[in-house]
Design a protein around this ligand. Structure first.
Ligand code: GRF
Length: 225
């Protein structure tokens, strides 16, 4: 039997991007299986949704670990050790961060994705990177008065939303838009973009290449006719 790829997904909340990925697998738009869904929050509604679909799930209670630890750096070390341990119980080719609201430390990134030219952690970010990295991509886009907004899927490196860009989609910001309406426009695009980028990964239609000044870039290859 031909090997089918597998990917894991990390979420923190609703998990609408996770749901879009799972549905894309179910519709055979992504030629791979979901290995697990994990969360940093046991109460994530997305975890229950995944469980009901028969997907392996786990959670690491970052908040509780933080309450019990003497120092923030100890809490982070313990949380990440548990997270890595849970992830490593599974076979997977790719890890997708889908609304996972934590930065992974360089140690964890290197443990999962040791080769810069064959990265295997992806993230979806709600802005047109490199503009507005960080926690509030839609809010920052809105407050800046941008006339175009967007979302980005990128590989994860040691920085915050700095890794090589795989794909982007844009929307117009009209005079009667609000922060909520631009979020709705953006999320709709996120749900198309993320499955498309994961598909690129499993159909091997990309190369990571070193560009000017050593910056890594993703080159998307044409699909076979
Ligand atoms: C999305 O906007 C994602 O880009 C950002 O957090 C949000 C999570 O939404 N990182 P969901 O949990 O996938 O619904």
């Amino acid at each position: 039997m031909r090997y089918r790829g597998r990917f894991g997904i990390l979420i923190s909340g609703t998990g609408s991007n996770m749901q879009a990925l799972v549905r894309a697998v179910e519709r055979s738009q992504i030629p791979a299986d979901v290995a697990f869904v994990g969360s940093d929050n046991p109460q994530s509604p997305g975890l229950e949704w995944a469980r009901q679909r028969g997907i392996d799930t786990f959670s690491v209670n970052y908040r509780k670990i933080s309450r019990l630890a003497c120092r923030p750096c100890v809490a982070l070390r313990r949380s990440e050790a548990q997270l890595l341990g849970s992830i490593q119980q599974h076979d997977y080719d790719l890890l997708c961060l889908a609304g996972f609201m934590r930065l992974l430390s360089p140690k964890v990134v290197d443990a999962i994705s040791p080769k810069a030219l064959s990265p295997r952690i992806m993230n979806i970010h709600p802005s047109l990177l490199p503009a507005f990295p960080g926690m509030d991509g839609y809010g920052d886009t809105w407050r800046y008065g941008c006339k175009v907004g967007g979302c980005t899927v990128h590989f994860v490196d040691h920085g915050e939303d700095t890794g090589p860009i795989i794909g982007q989609k844009t929307y117009l910001i009209e005079p009667d838009d609000t922060i909520d309406s631009i979020k709705a426009k953006g999320l709709k695009l996120e749900h198309e973009l993320y499955p498309a980028c994961v598909r690129l990964f499993f159909t091997k239609r990309f190369q990571v290449i070193a560009g000017d000044r050593g910056r890594l870039r993703v080159k998307v290859l044409p699909s076979n006719p």
